[in-house]
Design a protein around this ligand. Structure first.
Ligand code: AVI
Length: 322
């Protein structure tokens, strides 16, 4: 409930999104706000969890198929490797090392929203794989994709790993892929990691690990709101609640209020009431299969030109052209 009748003015997009998410029904908050400093640390821990198979599987795929992948990427004039959401580059380094060892002519352009992450990545590359030309770019995907459309010196290969596509709704995913597609020429490639539909228990466990790291990751959003918007959420008064719908292939995470409670968000001049067991939807992690990826590609004007998977078909990396 608003405390007075003035229309709200928001200083940041974060403030506006939190306000709208907590004043609509059902309540919702975007998972893109998970990634503050603490959230980045927790996500690093998640990637090392035994239940969170995604990272290990994709790592294995890149390691096993690096030669074939490299053969698809290379061209007579070399190529520019643009990575969206580069993060710590742990998986990409498998490919980068292979390219350097085989004296490929390429440039690496990692893109990330976090300047800190990019600085660390650039520094680590300098010592771990010297000799790579690295051109880091800080920014939101949306802006970077707009810039990309005008960027063409030679063949471009765009990487989007980690099943980050799963954190978008289907409509957002199609729009995102349309932008990728329109930034590509006929010789360019798009290489994307996609988590696959599988035993529902395996998916659910990945988002409900036994050590509670994913619960802490989800609840950290409330701590972030407390700090950045002067609020008084009690994270212990909410349950981390992941669900998986095997028909839709959608894993969703919620925060569920364990009691009737009222939260003050001072910077928004807002009082939010929760009924007992009322939920906040915080994340979607969509799982796909070949049919749904083919549908996405068709909608976006892309064509699948190859794919690589692990032995259990838990995860797949697809190559697309226009
Ligand atoms: C970044 N993204 C692909 C992760 C996922 O699997 O949806 C984020 C995550 N959320 C909970 N655990 C990991």
């Amino acid at each position: 409930m608003m405390n007075d009748t003035k229309p709200p003015q928001f200083e940041t997009q974060f403030a506006a999104d939190i306000f709208h998410g907590l004043t609509t029904y059902p309540k919702t908050l975007s998972s893109k706000y998970f990634y503050d400093k603490k959230g980045d640390e927790l996500f690093q821990q998640i990637m090392d969890l035994p239940e969170y198979y995604l990272t290990g599987k994709e790592y294995g795929i890149l390691e096993k198929h690096r030669e074939e992948i490299a053969a698809a990427f290379t061209s007579a004039e070399g190529f520019d490797l643009i990575e969206l959401g580069a993060g710590d580059g742990k998986k990409t380094k498998i490919l980068l090392r292979h390219f350097v060892e085989n004296e490929f002519n390429f440039k690496y352009l990692p893109v990330d929203i976090s300047k800190n992450v990019l600085d660390q990545l650039t520094k680590s590359l300098r010592t771990e794989i010297p000799g790579i030309e690295v051109v880091p770019k800080q920014g939101m995907y949306k802006k970077v994709l707009e810039d990309l459309a005008g960027y063409q010196t030679r063949k471009k290969v765009i990487l989007f790993l980690g099943s980050n596509i799963g954190n978008l709704s289907q409509e957002e995913a199609v729009n995102f892929l349309k932008k990728i597609s329109s930034s590509m020429s006929s010789e360019d490639l798009f290489f994307m990691g996609v988590d696959q539909k599988k035993d529902p228990q395996t998916v659910l466990d990945a988002y409900n690990d036994s050590r509670g790291v994913t619960a802490a990751f989800n609840k950290n959003l409330l701590t972030r709101i407390n700090r950045e918007l002067q609020a008084n959420f009690d994270p212990d008064a909410f349950l981390h609640w992941p669900v998986y719908d095997p028909e839709a292939g959608t894993a969703k995470s919620f925060l569920v209020s364990t009691k009737e409670q009222t939260v003050q968000i001072n910077s928004l001049n807002l009082e939010v009431t929760f009924r007992e067991w009322e939920s906040i939807h915080t994340e979607i992690s969509q799982k796909y299969d070949d049919t749904s990826v083919a549908w996405l590609a068709k909608e976006a004007g892309l064509e699948i030109s190859g794919s690589f998977s692990d032995e259990q078909n838990y995860f797949k990396n697809y190559l697309f052209k226009r």
